[in-house]
Design a protein around this ligand. Structure first.
Ligand code: FMN
Length: 219
């Protein structure tokens, strides 16, 4: 059995220096969306796996936060979008509380970006556009699975896909109305660059009167 003592001795030694880069205020772009685009571009240029993966945090009616990964599919000044089943746990959370937080971690670049804001649903047209761009297998899985609901076993999941396949032998399964996109309109960004001895560089962008206030934060 692993005891807290074993854990502690092995985890305590788990550390490294962060030395890949630095971030100075004179390098920051005035728009946090442009700054994000630059850093995501660096992550993609470095061919990082799942560079667009982000942790999405939502909060339920009992104020309990929940966190899971989703993939960023679109972003611009109006928001940062992902697609999912709106009847899922995250969808339920967002229906009761539209505040959410996104987090990117690009380990090889020693960078973290936090984005906080207000979430809205994307239109049917935007959801259709993305749904029908997905490979058929993903469409069948999404349409046959009520995300976050309890199932007896994997066989049940596979039987549901098979049933849907028989109903749509041409492969054209329609987008279920419960499946679609969300977009987070940012009100706060934070860019973190790891530095030596944990004296990291951190900059926050706060939305204030239609402009962005940039502040350096203590690490
Ligand atoms: C790298 C990665 C990317 C993921 N992308 C998505 C996504 O774009 N949409 C989605 O609904 N779930 C995605 N998932 C699955 C979610 O993390 C999660 O299991 C699922 O959405 C159910 O979450 P919920 O029960 O909190 O609503 C992804 C998981 C991983 C690990």
């Amino acid at each position: 059995m692993t005891t807290r003592q074993d854990n502690a001795s092995s985890l305590i030694e788990e550390r490294r220096q962060y030395q890949a880069d630095s971030l100075r205020s004179d390098q920051l772009l005035a728009s946090p969306v442009a700054q994000f685009e630059k850093w995501l571009g660096d992550a993609r240029a470095a061919k990082l796996i799942d560079a667009t993966a982000m942790a999405l945090s939502t909060v339920d009616q009992q104020h309990q936060p929940h966190c899971r990964m989703v993939l960023l599919k679109q972003f611009d000044d109006d928001g940062f979008a992902w697609f999912t089943d709106r009847s899922s746990a995250k969808g339920e959370n967002l229906a009761g509380n539209d505040k959410a937080c996104l987090l990117f971690f690009w380990r090889e670049l020693e960078r973290q970006v936090r984005i906080e804001g207000i979430v809205r649903q994307l239109s049917d047209q935007e959801s259709d556009q993305y749904f029908y761009s997905r490979p058929p297998g993903s469409r069948f899985s999404a349409a046959s699975s009520m995300q976050s609901s309890v199932v007896a076993n994997r066989a049940e999941l596979e039987a549901n896909v098979e049933k849907l396949n028989q109903q749509h032998p041409d492969g054209n399964v329609p987008r279920p109305s419960r499946w679609g996109g969300y977009s987070l309109q940012p009100i706060y960004f934070e860019f973190w660059q790891g530095r030596d001895d944990r004296l990291h560089d951190r900059f926050g962008y706060r939305a204030e009167n239609d402009s962005w206030i940039i502040e350096r934060l203590s690490p």
